[in-house]
Design a protein around this ligand. Sequence first.
Ligand code: HPA
Length: 234
Amino acid sequence: MTVHIGAEKGDIAPTVLMPGDPYRAKWAAETFLDDARCINEVRGMLGFTGTWKGNPVTIQGSGMGMPSLSIYANELIKDYDAQTLIRIGSCGGMQSHVKIRDVILAMTASTLSTPSRGIFRELNFAPCADYGLLAAAHDAAKEKGVPTHVGGIYSSDVFYDERPDLNEQMVRHGILGVEMEAAELYNLAARYGRRALAVLTVSDHLITHEALPSEDREKTFGDMVEIALAAAFR
Ligand code: HPA
């Protein structure tokens, strides 16, 4: 047990999928894993462990934002020895060629700040995905026929943004989408020598102001889970 995760040591698999929403973790585990059992309920941040094609997998909610994800990813890595951590979540599209429902595989994650800023201070570290996972996820997404983009994303500290000029600079520099967790996941994976990737569905759009209809959310989330699982065990 850790401060925020109630699981015993052997209850967490080396491969962990991390949706922001704990109820998504429950849905994904019940839908895609065999023999899924709940391994964490602390603070309602549900986690489940089961198998996928015989491979052990944990699906653990991360909560929203980098401070929350950082707590769970730190404990998963340092206390439970998680080796592969894949965020599955939503993002806001930032380029006109990136459409609602498309998948973005985050090659890099730019930020203004993360919980790791205390370490980096004046240094602008470049958080990036594990290339093997990224390439495998790209193959899996192509096989599924899901329109997919690979490139940089922006991990923001705020959902309700009061600095539109920052978004403008991100758009200008080709950033594909905005979310709130990936950069810190990549920082931690780099620090501890683990593999990380963020697989994201475009759920809303900063340029077109479209939003994913609620009836499509389950299907698109399911596609991400399958892409993440296929990438982890390729
Ligand atoms: N901003 C930040 N995070 C997000 C967004 C957004 O527009 N959409 C989904 N996650």
